[in-house]
Write a protein of this length. Structure first.
Length: 252
């Protein structure tokens, strides 16, 4: 299972950069972190393993007493935004650990979650991409209308989930498998290829892609990374080198 990494940030806007082959790459600039670990959740106490991180400072008077008490109990400064990251191993984290933009390396795939822009009340052509009705003979000012939504006396009602006009946007949404083009740890910026949900200035949650390739577990100095074991090579019967694995099961 891939190691889970995540960080909260703020969408700053879009721009473009050039890659090594002088191709223009559209990117979204995200102010990623810094975030502090304010709570460690364990299976014994909470029923699951997770790390809670905080982003964005705020005045104490803007938090409720339960919110302020939760942060003060863990020695954290008043923060505006909280998020949880489900992890399998908590040994790499400690209260007060700072997670910055360098948690993601260039070339990694990430999922970005945010609240999308609200578009207000919209018709079915905008909201659900309906084709619309024909504009030839016999259509009397019904070009953008949805058409029939029910079936007369049976079932004598409109089914739940019927696609109709209504509020469009302003929902929590996730864009999958975006590539990290570049990271600036000094300024705390991430450049992510393509667009991400939400308006400029909106808060976004970035985590490694759930459907992407496996990534290395984060190490924030809480423990030393184990050195990889050397890989030996041996000649096979046909003269081609083959990797030597476990004596019983062979190479994995």
């Amino acid at each position: 299972m891939a190691a889970v990494k995540g960080i909260l940030g703020r969408k700053l806007g879009m721009t473009q950069v050039w890659d090594a082959e002088n191709r223009v790459v559209p990117v979204t600039v995200i102010e990623a972190g810094p975030c502090r670990v304010v709570q460690l959740k364990t299976p014994e106490r909470d029923g699951y393993s997770a790390v809670q991180i905080a982003f964005g400072t705020v005045k104490e008077r803007r938090l409720s007493k339960p919110e302020l008490g939760h942060l003060q109990k863990n020695g954290a400064a008043p923060s505006k935004h909280l998020a949880e990251i489900r992890v399998d191993d908590l040994s790499a984290y400690a209260l007060g650990t700072v997670i910055s933009a360098d948690v993601f390396a260039t070339g990694e795939r990430v999922d970005v979650t945010a609240v999308s822009k609200g578009k207000g009340f919209s018709g079915v052509m905008v909201r659900h991409n309906f084709k619309g009705q024909g504009a030839s003979h016999g259509n009397h000012k019904k070009h953008r209308a949805p058409g029939s939504i029910g079936a007369c006396a049976t079932p004598a009602r409109v089914f739940k989930g019927m696609r109709m006009a209504g509020q469009y946007g302003n929902v929590r949404t996730t864009t999958l498998n975006l590539e990290v083009v570049e990271g600036d740890a000094e300024r705390g910026l991430l450049l992510v290829k393509g667009s991400v949900p939400g308006p400029n200035g909106g808060v976004v949650f970035i985590r490694n892609a759930a459907k992407g390739p496996a990534v290395a577990a984060p190490d924030f100095g809480a423990r030393a990374a184990a050195a990889p074991e050397p890989v030996e090579a041996a000649a096979s019967d046909d003269g081609v080198e083959a990797t030597v694995g476990d004596a019983e099961g062979g190479a994995e």
